[in-house]
Design a protein around this ligand. Sequence first.
Ligand SMILES: Cc1cc2nc3c(=O)[nH]c(=O)nc-3n(C[C@H](O)[C@H](O)[C@H](O)COP(=O)(O)O)c2cc1C
Length: 156
Amino acid sequence: MQALVVYYSRTGHTKAVGEEIAKALSGDSEEIVDTTNRSGPLGWLTSGREGSGRKLAKIQPAKKDTSQYDIVIIGTPIWASNMSSPVRTYLTENKEKIKNIAFFCTEGSSGAEKAFTEMEEAIGQKPKATLVITATDIRGGSVADKVKKFAIDIRA
Ligand SMILES: Cc1cc2nc3c(=O)[nH]c(=O)nc-3n(C[C@H](O)[C@H](O)[C@H](O)COP(=O)(O)O)c2cc1C
């Protein structure tokens, strides 16, 4: 099974989890790069507004062709109980070419369920598996076990 893990990450949490998933699946990975400055309090506010307003962000063209993979695993940080705007753009631009999909996210504590429902609607496909990583998981060291189980669910 050829797997591609695609993620956006503003502060590194989703990237760390995404790279661990790619390793567990012996798959490829691609980071979504957006062109907006999201640093500092203003960047936080802009991102929150884009998340809650379901806005699209400008992103650099994808390097990997999703049609070449059996499954694409999409990862996002939760912004205002929603997917991040760069992930929304990626899904909009690539949904026609994705054969099978799975979702993961990182969050402080809540919002994943709503975000996953919107991601499913945006792509028009049910995810094969989902994974939620909270700040408590990261602090408590349970990420590796959760990733292992997620990889088993994806392979099933
Ligand atoms: C603008 C903004 C809005 C956020 N909204 C939520 C939220 O609704 N629920 C939540 O649990 N965490 C929320 N967070 C926290 C992030 O989802 C969390 O820190 C995530 O792990 C960040 O991932 P990253 O390091 O890959 O960017 C928000 C963070 C930002 C920047």
